[in-house]
Design a protein around this ligand. Structure first.
Ligand SMILES: *[C@@H]1O[C@H](CO)[C@@H](O)[C@H](O)[C@H]1NC(C)=O
Ligand SMILES: *[C@@H]1O[C@H](CO)[C@@H](O)[C@H](O)[C@H]1NC(C)=O
Ligand SMILES: *[C@@H]1O[C@H](CO)[C@@H](O)[C@H](O)[C@H]1NC(C)=O
Ligand SMILES: *[C@@H]1O[C@H](CO)[C@@H](O)[C@H](O)[C@H]1NC(C)=O
Ligand SMILES: *[C@@H]1O[C@H](CO)[C@@H](O)[C@H](O)[C@H]1NC(C)=O
Ligand SMILES: *[C@@H]1O[C@H](CO)[C@@H](O)[C@H](O)[C@H]1NC(C)=O
Ligand SMILES: *[C@@H]1O[C@H](CO)[C@@H](O)[C@H](O)[C@H]1NC(C)=O
Ligand SMILES: *[C@@H]1O[C@H](CO)[C@@H](O)[C@H](O)[C@H]1NC(C)=O
Ligand SMILES: *[C@@H]1O[C@H](CO)[C@@H](O)[C@H](O)[C@H]1NC(C)=O
Ligand SMILES: *[C@@H]1O[C@H](CO)[C@@H](O)[C@H](O)[C@H]1NC(C)=O
Length: 689
């Protein structure tokens, strides 16, 4: 009986497996033949020895990462990659073989006809699953395809993973497929950023643009007559100069900067996953951090602008690039160059052109700037510079730039901007707007990198515009460090990266295999849950039912060994602080958050959020903390009528204060500590809010 059920399941699987499952992004083409490739619990990855050390990362490096991803996402045991000179198959090892190789003569083309090194071919037979690219990077994207197929099958209830035999070919429509994170106004550590790269890579994004210097914008503090508020307005530059450097004063807050080693490790992590970091140092606007260091460089009356005609200004900017260019492995960097005075158009244009030549000569890198319409009648921006369009009408019109021979990246805010937690007047959504991305462009076809306006088709281009390089979507942090935790930023990016991955790889309505919105909605949750190499969802396996842990009885302190648990969860306990000792210390702490006893204050990403409830001392209070990705609240002594939310207060351009909810991961690693005196009782952490 059992066997026949097994047989039916097997046959169903065979039928399901005659085509590839829809995935994100969609695969350009696949033609099934007969037969099936079965993954058994052991898999062997074989790397063509002729190409094993080709490239950096090499084919073998990518194979190693792929191996751990197979274990992580499919729970398969993959044997260490071996190098062999010819295609091998199951009949030799008796175990399924995934064969990774190159054919450097293979040619893949972007929609604009230019060659791309990111394409790959699939050849699946009963005996071997072969992934072939013209470069190791193409093969890497092919491994993402395999992992996603497997994850979708397992999520759909399959006991084992199998693939239809057949041949396929896949490559991106656009060269640039990235996300930008404002890491200037909000601090993020490199391990979080590295995890974002790994997650983005699963959806075949290939760039993380790091906006690494900026300041909060408060016009009264910046431009108010005689106001010195600019001196203390939050501004930051994230690359930490080496000890003793002349640039030391540029980074007063060392605890919110990346050391060279941390940066290089992150850059390596990203590169190991096919993602290039495009670093941005924003000048001559958005430069308060430089003027807080050297106020003589300031433009009169505009502390966040540099005075480009002051003799020491451009040499100072060059000295910053001199120090940090050697850190960067990308062939391009961004010098920002947005929102500068239109009255100083010639200063601006001479500056960007000079920086383009300087950075080119110094490091053989080219530069990007944010699209900026500087009305000069005598000078023009060099065509070596790529323009990243974001704004109508403040910025040059992209169709016109393209026709004048400029290279353009689409970051149009109507489709591609997000702001941490909230935006002024609801201008930007929490996640990329799915309605707009699937059908909101002219003609109802959905967004793609060639679409620049949701209303005016004259502002879009055809998909094959020669100088249209692709798109980068952006998450800004206008309200600074305390508006969001790092994980809240991930919640805004997670689905956004995925839908963007489809649109920037395949486009909208270009390929017959392109995803429909329904297909996307069906597979996204499975892929989000299965994305390997990071645990941004902070998932833990519950011990029993939905209980992560349960500690009946009383404790002064205890280690649980569980670093952090993502929402939704409920953490309940009773606590009796001791009045004979200072009212300090932590009730709970974890990798992403802490809960201090004083005022029941949560701490995350270095920021404090008080609940404003003072626990009575010398008697027990029962506390139940409920958290989702949108909020965290406490019920005190079971008072359900009176949920108390942890809030942040955001300063919106110095004009008004906006209240926002906070979501915190559970501080699950330890209870008690940091001098907490008292007793914690009957602790339970369960999944679900
Ligand atoms: C598998 O390997 C054996 C031995 O080298 C060979 O005879 C056979 O043709 C191979 N099968 C395929 C599908 O490559
Ligand atoms: C490599 O690709 C080229 C171009 O498609 C093709 O002509 C050649 O036969 C391929 N080589 C191998 C060994 O498959
Ligand atoms: C910029 O610096 C120059 C040279 O020192 C000075 O003449 C000019 O007034 C400054 N302009 C502004 C707007 O600060
Ligand atoms: C300079 O960069 C270009 C573009 O990335 C590359 O093609 C060229 O080989 C590089 N030249 C040197 C000398 O590294
Ligand atoms: C955008 O414009 C191009 C070129 O004019 C046109 O071919 C295309 O249909 C338009 N697409 C949309 C969605 O408006
Ligand atoms: C479209 O481009 C024109 C210039 O060609 C520009 O003036 C206009 O603002 C753009 N329209 C929209 C809706 O973005
Ligand atoms: C609790 O918060 C209030 C108001 O935010 C503050 O005045 C008080 O000092 C805090 N008490 C403790 C113990 O932190
Ligand atoms: C860095 O130090 C400053 C000053 O002590 C503090 O306000 C800030 O919260 C710290 N940042 C982090 C991320 O811990
Ligand atoms: C967050 O920072 C702003 C300054 O940017 C400050 O006005 C506000 O009070 C802070 N909110 C909290 C909850 O600390
Ligand atoms: C916080 O979340 C709760 C529950 O969704 C909601 O009722 C409340 O309005 C939110 N508060 C803020 C400031 O957004």
């Amino acid at each position: 009986m059992l066997e026949s059920i097994g047989l039916v399941a097997f046959l169903v699987l065979q039928v399901q497996c005659s085509v590839l499952e829809p995935q994100i992004p969609s695969v350009a083409s696949f033609t099934p033949s007969s037969g099936t490739f079965e993954l058994s619990p052991f898999v062997r990855i074989v790397v063509d020895s002729k190409y094993a050390t080709h490239g950096s990362p090499s084919l073998l490096d990518y194979a190693d990462t792929f191996r751990s991803d197979l274990e992580d996402t499919l729970s398969y045991t993959a044997l260490a990659p071996v190098k062999l000179s010819s295609v091998v198959n199951n009949s030799i090892f008796g175990i399924p073989t995934i064969y990774l190789t190159l054919n450097t003569s293979l040619e893949y083309k972007l929609y604009n006809g230019q060659f791309t090194d990111e394409g790959y071919d699939l050849q699946i037979s009963r005996d071997v699953y072969l992934i072939k690219g013209s470069t190791p990077l193409g093969v890497w994207w092919g491994t993402r395809t395999l992992l996603q197929q497997g994850a979708i099958q397992l999520a759909g209830g399959a006991k084992t993973v199998s693939f239809p035999a057949g041949e396929g070919s896949d490559s991106p429509g656009w060269e640039v497929r990235g996300f930008m994170l404002d890491a200037g106004r909000h601090w993020f550590d490199t391990s979080f950023l590295g995890d974002l790269c790994i997650y983005a890579s699963y959806f075949k994004l290939n760039e993380m643009h790091l906006h690494a210097s900026d300041n909060l914008w408060n016009p009264a503090f910046l431009y108010g007559d005689g106001n010195e508020g600019w001196k203390s307005l939050y501004a930051a530059f994230r690359f930490q100069p080496p000890a003793g450097s002349a640039l030391d004063g540029l980074v007063p807050r060392k605890n919110e900067s990346w050391t060279q080693q941390d940066f290089l490790d992150m850059q390596r992590t990203c590169a190991d996953h096919g993602v290039t970091i495009i670093p941005e140092v924003d000048t001559p606007g958005h430069s308060l951090v430089i003027n807080q260091w050297k106020s003589e460089l300031m433009e009169n009356g505009a502390p966040d602008h540099l005075n480009l005609s002051y003799p020491d200004t451009i040499p100072t900017i060059k000295s910053i690039w001199d120090e940090f260019l050697p850190w960067f492995s990308a062939p391009e960097v961004s010098i920002g160059a947005d929102e500068y005075d239109s009255a100083l158009a010639n200063d601006y244009i001479s500056f960007v052109n000079e920086m383009s030549s300087y950075i080119g000569a110094k490091s053989n890198k080219s530069i990007r700037i944010w699209g900026t319409n500087e009305p000069s009648t005598t000078l023009s921006v060099s065509k070596d510079i790529t323009s990243q369009h974001w704004d109508f009408p403040g910025d040059d019109v992209p169709v016109q730039l393209l026709s004048r021979g400029y290279r353009v990246i689409n970051s149009e805010q109507a489709f591609l901007y997000l702001d941490g937690k909230t935006s002024d007047g609801g201008q930007f959504p929490q996640e990329l707007n799915q309605d707009l991305l699937w059908s909101g462009a002219p003609g109802g076809k959905g967004w793609a990198p060639n679409i620049f306006s949701p209303t005016d088709p004259t502002n879009n281009t055809s998909i094959d515009a020669p100088n249209l390089r692709g798109a980068v979507f952006a998450l800004w942090n206008d309200w600074g460090n305390n508006a969001t935790t790092a994980l809240e930023v991930y919640y805004q990016l997670a689905r956004s990266m995925s839908v963007f991955g489809e649109k920037a790889w395949a486009g909208s309505d270009v390929r017959p295999t392109g995803l429909t919105r329904d297909q996307f909605d069906a597979v996204y949750p499975m892929l989000n849950a299965a994305a390997p190499g990071q645990n941004l969802n902070r998932v833990v396996k519950p011990k029993l039912g939905n209980i992560v842990y349960e500690y009946p009885g009383t404790y002064r302190s205890l280690n649980t060994g569980i670093p952090s648990v993502g929402p939704p969860y409920t953490l309940s306990f009773s606590v009796k602080p001791d009045s004979r000792s200072p009212f300090t210390g932590t009730l709970f702490s974890g990798a992403d958050s802490k809960l201090h006893v004083a005022n029941l204050t949560f701490e995350a990403t270095g920021q404090l959020y008080a609940l404003g409830y003072v626990l009575p001392q010398d008697r027990y209070t029962s506390v139940e903390i409920h958290a989702t990705r949108e909020y965290t609240y406490a019920l005190i002594d079971g008072d359900e009528a009176n949920p108390r939310y942890w809030h942040t207060l955001m300063d919106i351009w110095g004009e008004y204060m906006a209240l926002g909810n906070m979501s915190f991961a559970a501080p699950s690693a330890q209870m008690g500590g940091d001098g907490f005196a008292g007793i914690i009782k009957d602790v339970r952490l369960r999944l679900g809010a």
